[in-house]
Design a protein around this ligand. Structure first.
Ligand code: FAD
Length: 452
């Protein structure tokens, strides 16, 4: 029969790679990594667009400059990754109405304060009611509903981007409030190649190690007290003592992978409780720039009567001067809507919004890039979004092993879910837990052996 591995790691995103590295460095070298796509990186992914390399997934190293050092920031520094400081805080002073007028800063500041206060009030009401438990849909509505375009725009920014204004977020508390955009031709994913180099055979910058198997879509896990059989879409069977499953929460919620016997109820219920956030960065290339640059202008906001309609914009002149690229970010319902339509349709909508802000004479974009994280069956969304007041038990249940299947991924991080450093630290955590388990098993095996 097929050879039996100590461990099969499913998924080669940041968490799968970091888990495999911990295992390999602790003597578990007969492992194999099965990755569904044709590359490592998962939700860390660059693509060439308009002459530069843009990040379709994770873009920022979030949480820098605080009392503790963000491990991903350390990796970036060790690798000489090029980054660029982002100051979102100005965005609220660059809010355009549909006639291209910027709201006076006093009006914007007032609306902002009102929105923050109302979100805090809503949060404390929920806390008093006991909170937690169930999912929270797209995002929480503040106590007094936002109605005007500027209120809607600020509500969107606050809830879909800047929850730190409303409640403490561990990333910013532990690692600091600064965020750095990765602006490197090698991409954010270069950090993963650096990690892989430490334990996989990587001549000339390519991973050529038979322990990494690409284009292996796992469809079935048969597990028992004695081991796990992993079956892939192309009909291969792999046997192992243990499995580390690093696929996203969206994939766990889908029917891509089936389990025999099925996962227990406490597990499936926890998986269903966690919301999946969809976050879409649309890139647009122009023949020349027509938007203001300079200090405090990197981010700007469009206020529309529809919440989240092409609201949040960024120009890429700080990251890549002369690239003439704009990025607009959509989330959740708007992301799904845009994923379902043609890119030409999306381009038309985006140009309409830009003409509202900057007038009818601006040039058409010459190129557009629309990532589709929601419809990607190996992702099914962008990142996990635990209900604001969720109990720790949910994350713990999502993370807890089921027999010989260990779970990892950003969604298993108690403090940093949703982030690259969350995935990275979760991988290390799961790797270590499994190393302990393997040592325990070996010890008891040798004891039994002596008794015989
Ligand atoms: P993944 O990267 O999803 O890795 C899982 C791997 O499993 C994938 O490679 C997938 O192909 C593979 N897989 C899935 N199904 C199967 C199967 N059946 N068989 C085999 N393999 C399978 N984080 C930040 O810190 N800063 C940001 O600015 C930021 N922005 C983001 C923007 C977007 C648009 C997105 C999508 C994410 C963003 N994130 C950001 C979140 C960050 O990218 C993730 O938290 C992190 O990369 C997740 O890593 P992971 O290893 O947990 O999962």
């Amino acid at each position: 029969s097929a050879s039996r591995y100590s461990v099969i790691v499913i998924g080669a995103g940041v968490s799968g790679i970091s888990a495999a590295k911990v295992l390999a460095e602790n003597g578990v070298e007969d492992l194999v990594i099965l990755e569904a796509s044709d590359r490592i990186g998962g939700r860390i992914r660059k693509e060439d667009f308009g002459g530069v390399s843009v990040e379709l997934g994770a873009g920022w190293i979030a949480g820098v400059g605080g009392k503790e050092s963000n491990p991903v920031w350390e990796l970036a520094n060790q690798s000489g990754l090029r980054t660029c400081f982002s100051d979102y805080s100005n965005a609220r002073y660059n809010i355009y109405d549909s006639n291209g007028k910027i709201f006076p800063s006093g009006v914007a500041a007032d609306s902002y304060k009102k929105a923050v206060d109302s979100a805090i009030e809503k949060l404390s009401q929920e806390a008093n009611r006991g909170g937690g438990g169930g999912g929270c849909g797209d995002s929480t509505e503040p106590a007094s509903m936002p109605k005007t375009p500027i209120e809607l725009a600020i509500d969107f920014i606050l809830h879909d981007f800047e929850m730190a204004e409303v409640e403490p977020i561990s990333t910013y508390v532990d690692f600091g409030e600064r965020e750095f955009l990765v602006a490197d031709q090698r991409g954010y994913e270069y950090l993963l190649y650096k990690m892989a180099q430490d334990f996989l055979f990587t001549p000339e910058g390519k991973i050529l190690d038979s322990r990494l198997k690409l284009n292996k879509v796992v469809r079935k896990l048969q597990h028992s007290r004695n081991g796990v059989t992993v079956i892939t879409e192309d009909g291969c069977h792999y046997e192992a003592n243990y499995v580390v499953l690093s696929v996203s929460i969206g994939v766990l919620q889908s029917d891509l992978i089936s389990f025999r016997p099925p996962l227990p109820r406490w597990k499936t219920e926890a998986i269903e409780t966690c919301d999946v956030m969809v976050y879409t960065k649309i890139f647009l290339k122009f023949p020349h720039k027509f938007w203001p640059c300079g200090p405090g202008k990197e981010f700007f906001i469009y206020a529309h009567e529809r919440r989240g309609y092409y609201t949040f914009w960024q120009h890429m002149e700080n990251a890549f001067p002369g690239s003439n690229i704009l990025v607009v970010t959509l989330t959740n319902g708007e992301s799904k809507r845009v994923e379902a339509q043609s890119d030409e349709e999306t381009l038309k909508e985006a140009m309409g919004v830009l003409r509202d802000m900057f007038g009818p004479n601006i040039p058409n974009a010459t190129d557009i890039l629309v990532p589709r994280w929601w419809n990607n069956r190996f992702q099914r969304g962008s990142y996990s979004n635990y209900p604001i007041i969720s109990n720790l038990q949910v994350v713990q249940n999502i993370k807890a092993p089921v027999g010989r299947i260990f779970f990892t991924g950003e969604h298993t991080s108690e403090r940093f879910s949703g982030y690259v450093h969350g995935g990275y630290l979760a991988g290390i955590d799961t790797g270590k837990a499994l190393v302990d388990e393997i040592r325990k098993e070996r010890k008891s095996e040798s004891k039994n052996h002596l008794l015989e």
